[in-house]
Design a protein around this ligand. Structure first.
Ligand SMILES: CC(C)(COP(=O)(O)OP(=O)(O)OC[C@H]1O[C@@H](n2cnc3c(N)ncnc32)[C@H](O)[C@@H]1OP(=O)(O)O)[C@@H](O)C(=O)NCCC(=O)NCCS
Length: 165
């Protein structure tokens, strides 16, 4: 862990690829995250496994010491990379962890030849909308019945050809 003037920097974290031993901590993040929780657990885990084990994408985790403090799950589409999900633990939010995970997603997408990064979120999730805008995404659509019947989603895109590497 990095030290600053002899003092351990507790805020330091690193981003690395997911490994199967991270699963129990990932489950905890899903269960405790706002707008996730138990109804999402099984599908989220299957999605993570699909992306990692079938090579349909990649999952990156943010790690502080031995703790997984966030993750981003990326799924390949034919011509785009999709942020299937991103969660940062509540006590670690607003410290730039989510931004670093999205930066990793951008780098991964570009290194795999994608020109488009996509994501979406519920119209009621103001904080997530603010987050994606802050990360450089632009709104590109609205779907009335997307996630479930009556759930309104905003779709976002990020043109990776405009991003400096
Ligand atoms: C969305 C989420 C991943 C953001 O992660 P984070 O690590 O807190 O994000 P960052 O610290 O990198 O924030 C970057 C910027 O995004 C915006 N932002 C992030 N969270 C915000 C909030 N709660 N309210 C308003 N703006 C917010 C701000 O502009 C912020 O910059 P600032 O802190 O300098 O003002 C996190 O809130 C989260 O995991 N939420 C629960 C799960 C979830 O809803 N995921 C998204 C599903 S679509």
């Amino acid at each position: 862990m990095p030290e600053v003037w002899g003092v351990i920097d507790l805020a330091a974290f690193e981003i690395r690829e997911y490994s199967s031993s991270d699963l129990s901590q990932i489950k905890k993040l899903i269960l405790e995250a706002e707008n996730f929780g138990d109804p999402f657990l099984e599908t989220e885990i299957l999605n993570i496994k699909k992306n990692v084990e079938l090579g349909l994408g990649q999952v990156f985790v943010a790690v502080q010491g031995d703790n997984i403090i966030g993750y981003i799950s990326l799924g390949r589409r034919v011509f785009a990379l999709m942020i299937d999900s991103i969660i940062v633990g509540r006590v670690h939010q607003r410290k730039g962890v989510g931004t670093k995970l999205v930066e990793k997603a951008k780098a991964y997408a570009k290194s795999h030849g994608f020109r488009l990064l996509r994501t979406d979120t519920g119209t009621f999730m103001d904080y997530a909308i603010q987050f994606y805008l802050a990360c450089g995404f632009e709104p590109c659509g609205y779907v009335e019945h997307d996630f479930s019947l009556g759930s309104k989603q905003v779709h976002f895109y990020l043109d990776l050809t405009k991003e400096s590497s």
